[in-house]
Structures are given as structure tokens and as C-alpha cells.
Design a protein around this ligand. Structure first.
Ligand SMILES: Nc1ncnc2c1ncn2[C@@H]1O[C@H](COP(=O)(O)OP(=O)(O)O)[C@@H](O)[C@H]1O
Ligand SMILES: [Mg+2]
Length: 290
């Protein structure tokens, strides 16, 4: 379904592995790390994608990555990069380098029709993650005070499910979910929260539109409908009413935490809220009776 034209010039495209804010780098064949791996027996060709952070962050990301990878392998719905080496004390996590990744942001920006099937697969994948992901008590981290007053529907979450952390692997034709850190925008690591946090986080991110001229250009609402319908088909606990009740405004504010209070940031936030509210009022999935 070719839903839009040439948008890549306007849409904020994040090429795989490039422009990554603080914390990851790619090791390519023949560089220092590649040589080191070759000397201890690993293939130099495979390369690695290295993430850095505090020992706590890396320990958490490692545990979640391993657990999520098992879930994806068992269901065959999605793929999580393999852990090549981890040294939490040194704040370092080396993952398998996947050169052909394109983020959902990238697919959307270039009008790639595969974004809809990818969102469909993502919905089912997330339902399975919410059903199966388990972490130990010391890694069971609820949201800070003030979030989720109701505290209902708590599951182990992805925590930063954005269009940049979900990718399509061109070479293998599969969905890849990365960045199993923990709610970086919430001001504290969060692993155990309402399922609606992941759902709202992803959907609100689809409406990421910093400039007025980009707004009408891609079917954000239809994309969210597709994702939610697919999640609901894989999760009998999903409730439209609870989705609508979840404090999405808080999520939108949190998602803008790096933007500051500039006029541009305020305008962007307002634009996102407007589109978001319009979709919630008119979505055929959320309001089937209209
Ligand atoms: N194993 C990988 N191989 C290649 N590219 C990757 C890999 N993991 C992530 N990426 C790409 O790099 C981007 C940033 O990685 P991510 O793990 O999300 O880091 P951050 O925590 O900085 O957001 C992702 O959006 C994805 O496009
Ligand atoms: Mg990321």
C-alpha cells in the first residue's frame, strides 16, 4: 500500500547505527575491536554494535535483551540482536551488528509500504513480550511516584518502544526490536509498569511531528490503529477504555524531555497533542461505533 510520496527529505530519518545519541557505536571489520575478536576466535566479518552506559544500565539492558531474545526466538515473531559480549562493570554491551536495519521512522519517512505489516507484527510481538517477559525481583522496577495512579495492568515492559527502536531487517525480512533499556524518559529506570505505557509510548511517537508542514503527510492514525488492533488480537486483557484512560499527556511531556522549553519545542508539543487528540476522537479502532 503506497501511502505517501517522497517524504524522506522532510521526515526525521535516523539511519541504522548513525547519529545515535550517547551510548552506541559500530565496530566495523578491521578496526581495533574487529582485530581483538579475530584473535579470540570470533569471526571478523560479523562485527559488533557496542552500547555503553552505567553498570546498572548495562546490567539491566543485558538481562532484558537476553530474555526478549528468547521470547522472539520461541515465537518467531521478531528478532533481538545476539549478545556477543557483556561487561556490565565496565559499562559495555556488545551486540551482533545488523547492517541492513531500517527503523520504522525511516520506513515511514520514505513511504515504504512495509511499515503497515511491520506494525502488525509489532502488535503481536509486544503482546507476547508482555505475556512472557519476566525479570528478577531486583530488576522489577515500577514507575516513579505519580505515574500510573491506578497501577493496573502491570507487566514487564519494553520501556522505550519508539519508531527508532523497532526496525526492519532488509536482508532477512524480519522485524527487529532493539534498545531493551528501561524507560529513559521517565527520570528513573522502569521495567514493570502498565502495558498501556508501552502502547501509548509507541502510538504517541508515531505522531512525532515537529513542523506544521509535515503533519498531513502520513497516516499516523491508521498506523496506530493497525498496531493496536494487532496487539488486541494477541492480548485478551487489552481494553480500549483503559488505553483511552491512560495518562497519555504525561507520556507526551516525558517524550519531549530533551527538547527544553523553546518556542519550537512548545509548538511541536502542541502539534502532537492536537493530532493525537483528533485521532483518539475519530479512530475506527478506538471508536468503532462512530
Ligand atoms: N545490533 C545492531 N546492529 C545495527 N544497528 C543497530 C543495532 N542495534 C541498534 N541499531 C540501530 O542503532 C540505533 C540506536 O541503537 P539503540 O540500541 O536504540 O541505542 P540508544 O540506546 O542510543 O537509542 C537503532 O535505532 C537502530 O537503528
Ligand atoms: Mg534507541
Amino acid at each position: 500500500m503506497p501511502f505517501l510520496g517522497r517524504l524522506s527529505a522532510y521526515y526525521p530519518v535516523v539511519p541504522a547505527g548513525q547519529g545515535v545519541p550517547g551510548g552506541c557505536e559500530e565496530a566495523t571489520v578491521g578496526d581495533e575491536q574487529g582485530d581483538a575478536r579475530a584473535s579470540d576466535g570470533r569471526s571478523r566479518k560479523s562485527g559488533s554494535f557496542t552500547k555503553t552506559g552505567t553498570p546498572e544500565q548495562i546490567r539491566l539492558e543485558l538481562r532484558k535483551t537476553l530474555a526478549a531474545r528468547d521470547i522472539g526466538m520461541a515465537s518467531g515473531l521478531f528478532y533481538v540482536p545476539r549478545v556477543i559480549e557483556a561487561d556490565p562493570d565496565a559499562g559495555r554491551l556488545e551486540l551482533e551488528l545488523m547492517p541492513g536495519l531500517r527503523t520504522l521512522t525511516d520506513l515511514t519517512g520514505s513511504g515504504d509500504a512495509r511499515v503497515m505489516p511491520a506494525l502488525d507484527l509489532l502488535g503481536k510481538s509486544l503482546a507476547d513480550v508482555h505475556r512472557r517477559l519476566r525479570l528478577t525481583p531486583e530488576l522489577t522496577l515500577p514507575p516513579p511516584a505519580g505515574w500510573e495512579a491506578q497501577g493496573e495492568d502491570r507487566v514487564f515492559i519494553h520501556g522505550d518502544l519508539t519508531m527508532n527502536n523497532v526496525c526492519w531487517d532488509e536482508a532477512a525480512g524480519r522485524l527487529v526490536i532493539v534498545d531493551w533499556a528501561a524507560g529513559p524518559a521517565l527520570g528513573a529506570p522502569v521495567t514493570f509498569a502498565s502495558r498501556y505505557l508501552d502502547l501509548v509510548w509507541l502510538c504517541a511517537g508515531v505522531f512525532w511531528e515537529p513542523s506544521w508542514f509535515r503533519r498531513p503527510l502520513y497516516p499516523a492514525g491508521a498506523m496506530c490503529d493497525q498496531f493496536l488492533a494487532s496487539y488486541a488480537s494477541g492480548c485478551s486483557d487489552f481494553s480500549t477504555e483503559r488505553f483511552l484512560r491512560y495518562d497519555s499527556d504525561r507520556v507526551i511531556v516525558a517524550a519531549f524531555h530533551k527538547w527544553g522549553r523553546s518556542r519550537r519545542a512548545r509548538f511541536a508539543q502542541w502539534a502532537r497533542r492536537e493530532r493525537w487528540a483528533r485521532w483518539r476522537r475519530a479512530s475506527p479502532f478506538l471508536r468503532p461505533d462512530q
